[in-house]
Design a protein around this ligand. Structure first.
Ligand SMILES: [Ca+2]
Ligand SMILES: [Ca+2]
Ligand SMILES: [Ca+2]
Length: 212
């Protein structure tokens, strides 16, 4: 009887461990930063365009490379409307940014209406999905409001691993009116969310105390 109990217990522990590992593996890739209302030429094509210069950045927050084939971006609530499909590998700590112009090109190539990332300036939801074994899984999402989507304000994680969110508002200060609050830092499409500004960065401990 005791042997059966031990076998049962070890099976449960093993199953739980595998579940945790699978869950953590699925959560390795996260939404890291996005900009919904561009007022400048973010994609570098020489033109400032409301659609093509929007961008969304993802990051591998885990400690192993991830094949991001099968990961897709969507916006809005309800049934996902696909805006971009990733491919290739993302190394630990590596970011990948998708501009509206790339999203539009993907939509055109795949027969979708060419709306780009379609991040609404009055508030919207950005979502990252993964399709695996014919299952559509929500990996990460973030809902933002009107103020967070004003000209050239990005919304991003404060630290690169499971960070809280902040508005990177160096180009267009929130003056205490954003939720999450502005941090005075520049948006960082395609790189980790370091505070690129002349203003000295607070320590992580200080930042945490602000958000409690
Ligand atoms: Ca927009
Ligand atoms: Ca542009
Ligand atoms: Ca960034």
């Amino acid at each position: 009887m005791r042997k059966i109990f031990r076998f049962f217990l070890s099976t449960v522990v093993c199953f739980t461990l595998i579940s945790v590992l699978v869950h953590e593996g699925a959560a390795q890739v996260v939404l890291n930063e996005f900009l919904a209302d561009p007022a400048r030429d973010w994609d570098g094509d020489g033109l400032a365009n409301f659609r093509d210069d929007e961008w969304v950045e993802i990051m591998n927050a885990g400690d192993a490379a991830v094949d991001i084939t099968g990961y897709l971006l969507a916006d809005g609530v309800g049934e996902p409307v696909w805006r971009y499909a990733f491919s290739g590998f993302l190394q630990p700590g590596e970011t990948f940014v998708v501009f509206g112009s790339e999203s539009r090109a993907w939509e055109e190539a795949n027969g979708f209406p060419m709306y780009g990332l379609s991040l609404n300036n009055s508030g919207d939801r950005v979502a990252l999905y993964r399709i695996a074994a014919q299952e559509t899984l929500l990996v990460d999402s973030f809902e933002y409001g009107d103020r967070e989507a004003d000209d050239d304000r990005s919304v991003g994680r404060l630290v690169e691993v499971h960070g809280q969110w902040a508005v990177f508002d160096a180009y267009n200060p929130c003056s205490g009116r954003c939720d999450p609050p502005g941090n005075g830092c520049l948006p960082t499409p395609g790189s980790g969310n370091s505070c690129l500004t002349g203003i000295s960065c607070e320590s992580w401990g200080t930042i945490k105390s602000v958000y409690r």
